[in-house]
Every structure is written in C-alpha cells, then in structure tokens.
Design a protein around this ligand. Structure first.
Ligand code: GLY
Length: 436
C-alpha cells in the first residue's frame, strides 16, 4: 500500500515538473467555454429555460426543477463567471437560478440544500442579488421541517408515498450520507441571520452521522435507517451501491466533502479528524482506488459482482446471477471531481501537502482524453464517464426505459464540482483561502 502511495506522489511530482499548473486551469477554462457554448444554447428554447442533466443516445436529457440535480447547471454558470469574469455567464446563471424559485418551499425531500446553495447561494456570494438571501432562509426553513428531534437527524427520503424513491424498502426514517451536503446551507443561514437553530440542527445531524454512518475503516454506509421516535438505528443499507456492505464511491465523496465543510463552519476538531480519516481511507488504505484516482463507481464492485447479494430491491432480476462484466470496470468521474474539490479545502485547513498533491493529480487525470470530452462532443458536457445509480439504471433498462439510465454518462454535477475544484486550486496556489 505504501508503494502505491509513493508511486502516486512521484507521479504528481513528475507531473508538476512537466506541467505549469496555472496552464491546466487556463486550458480547462477554454475547454469549458467551448463546451458550454453548446450546452447553453441547447438549454434555451425561446424564453423557456431547460436544465440539462446528462447526454445519452445522442440526446441531452433535461430535468424538472424538483430533481435533486436541478441547481448544478446554474451553479456551473456561476462558476464560469467566477473563473472568467465574463458578465454573460452571470446573466445566464441568474436566469437559470431564478427558474428554481419555488424550490425554497419544497419539503418532500432533503436535496434542497444542493439545489438552492449551488444556484442562489453562488449568486448571493458573487453578485449579492437582492432577495437571494431570503430564498436561502426559506429553503433552510423548509429543510428544517425534515429534522427529527428524537433521532437528531434530517430525514432524507419520505417513506409514505409508494411512488417515491425507495419508499418500498420498508425504512422508517432513512438518512443517506449525501445529506451531509445539505448542512452548508444550514451553517450559512445561521451565519447570515444570527439564528443558531439551523447550525444546531446541522451539528446534531453531523454528530449522529459521525457516530452511526461509518465502518471501522472510515468508509461510510450509504443509508442508515432510524426509528424517528426513539432514535435507534434500525439498519444500514445501500440504495445506489452494489451491496449494503460495499463502498459506493460517491457516498465516500459526500462524506469527505461534508465533514470538511462542517469543520469550516464550526472549527470542531472532531469534524476535521473525520475528514482526514476519510481521506486516509480513500487515498492510502483503499486498495481498489485506481492509480489515476478516478474511482470505480463502487470500490467493491468486483468483489460482489460474482455473488450479488440476495436483495430483492437492488437487483431483482439479477438475483443469483453475476453482474455483467461491463459494469465492473466503470468509473465515476463525479466522485473524483467532488473529492478534488474537498481536498483543496482540506489542504487549506491542514496545510498538509498530501491533500493538494492528490487533488492536483485528480485534476490532471480528469483533464486527459480518457475522461474529458473532445470539444463539440458529449452534448456540451465537460466530462464523460459518471454513474448516477447503477441498480436503478439496470431496472430502468430492463423495463425498457432509457430515461434515468445513467451508467457511464456525463452528469452535470461532475462538471460543477470540477469547476469548483479548479477555482479552489487557483486560490490555494496563490496562497488564498479557497472558500470565499
Ligand atoms: N445524492 C444522490 C447521488 O449522489 O446520487
């Protein structure tokens, strides 16, 4: 394992010697400008704006405003404004932000933190647009309705509507590791308003996650189901990984990013320590982390592929069968991009060069043609090769639905977190705080 680490760092040092690291930022900005010109045009139909989420079968797929990924395109445009200073991006970003106006009142799932912070949050930060602060506060109020005081957590998904995602799993109060990403909104709103209610909820949620979501090696489960009246943990599962006991890659990324943010706002050592432990698990101890640092969609896919768990919900039609080989080699670029962004922040808090080297190496890998789209291809998205939810996609394929089949495709959040990482890289290299 040590050898793997040394070879990673050597690769970084060699790459650093060969590449002017400012160039890689500039060059990625030029690439993004060219790609997004196409995607911006495709997302506008007269006065109607659409939200691009992915591209497959030669078509861009658009999502409704209440989809969890609806804020990422607006956020991508805000980041392009931040990277280039070009007002055109701010104008487009503002329009794409404001189509999400009603999300501040959405209470039926937990993802409003992502949706509103990426869009309105960035707009507020970069342009201080009047009214955006109120949207953030209203969103925090909506999200706070999902706090379950006895269990001390924010409920991720509802369980009472059979049409809803995962409602059939028999869970009472499911919490997914992704939910750590919604805490940034809570912390920010408490900072803005002086009302500690949201910060207290966020810390309660972070503390319960710290206690209940992790294995001894600091990898995380995807789902923890609570009894919302007693707070007891009913069980630990996956919804998007290959098995309950597997390490779904993006879940590990949300965990790294989420605890880094929790430390940023609270200064609590236990959160910083958890982020460091997760980074160590991922980049020192995880034997299945590929050398180029772009994770397999699930680190344990190979182990479980030949013995799929008896799980009627995950792979009903593959029970007792093997996962087709083509799914065992797929990477998740979104996971790599989230990790890189989190690692620049973790580097800033710790000044430990290891985190920056790993982040730089990830940016370098993603900037190769193995992952980055050729200009004019990929529907205008920046990166290829991400995975939404493989189990759900397989079900959709079997049912003949092409929509929501998100295996090995571009995803708008991979692009969003990559640009965020690029901004952070630029700042830390100038000795500036990556977070503004
Ligand atoms: N939050 C859903 C996902 O990461 O796929």
């Amino acid at each position: 394992m040590k050898n793997k680490l040394i070879s990673l760092l050597l690769l970084s040092v060699i790459a650093a010697g060969c590449t002017d690291r400012t160039d890689i930022i500039r060059e990625n900005i030029e690439h993004a400008k060219a790609q997004l010109a196409y995607l911006i045009e495709a997302s506008e139909e007269g006065d109607t704006l659409m939200i691009p989420s992915t591209y497959k079968f030669d078509k861009i797929e658009f999502v409704p405003t209440d989809d969890w990924v609806s804020g990422f395109f607006a956020g991508t445009l805000w980041y392009m404004y931040e990277l280039t200073g070009e007002e055109m991006y701010a104008e487009k970003a503002q329009k794409h932000t404001e189509i999400l106006h009603d999300i501040q009142f959405l209470k039926w799932h937990h993802d409003v933190g992502f949706m509103v912070y990426d869009s309105y949050g960035n707009g507020l930060r970069l342009k201080n647009i009047p009214g955006y602060d109120t949207v953030l506060v209203n969103t925090a109020k909506s999200l706070a309705t999902r706090f379950r005081p006895a269990a001390g957590i924010i409920q991720s998904w509802n369980t009472d509507n059979p049409k809803q995602w995962q409602a059939h799993r028999g869970w009472d109060c499911p919490v997914i590791i992704d939910n750590m990403m919604n805490l940034e909104l809570f912390f920010k709103v408490s900072e803005m308003t002086g009302d500690d209610t949201y910060r207290n909820i966020a810390m309660s949620h972070a503390d319960k996650t710290l206690k209940n979501h992790y294995r001894d090696d600091f990898s995380t489960y995807h789902v923890v189901d609570y009894n919302d009246e007693t707070g007891e943990v009913r069980g630990k599962y996956t919804a998007q990984g290959i098995a309950d006991e597997s390490r779904w890659a993006r879940g590990q990324s949300w965990s790294l990013y989420g605890f880094t943010v929790a430390y940023r706002f609270t200064g609590e050592e236990r959160y910083l320590q958890r982020a460091k432990d997760v980074a160590k698990y991922l980049y020192v101890e995880e034997d299945n982390m590929p050398e180029d640092l772009v994770p397999l969609w699930d680190f344990d896919v190979v182990e479980f592929a030949n013995a799929l768990p008896e799980n009627e919900f995950l792979y009903p039609n593959l029970k007792d069968k093997e996962l087709p080989k083509q799914y065992t080699e797929i990477r998740d670029v979104s996971s790599a991009a989230i990790n890189a962004s989190a690692l620049y922040e973790l580097y800033w808090h710790t000044k430990d060069e290891f985190y920056k080297e790993i982040a730089d190496r990830t940016i370098e890998s993603l900037s190769t043609e193995a992952y980055r789209a050729k200009v004019g291809e990929n529907g205008g998205f920046l990166f290829m090769h991400s995975v939404g939810s493989l189990p759900h996609s397989l079900l959709n394929i079997e049912k003949g639905r092409t929509k929501s089949h998100n295996i090995d495709v571009p995803l708008n959040y991979a692009d969003y977190y990559f640009l965020e990482a690029l901004i952070r890289k630029g700042r830390v290299e100038k000795g500036e705080n990556p977070i503004r």
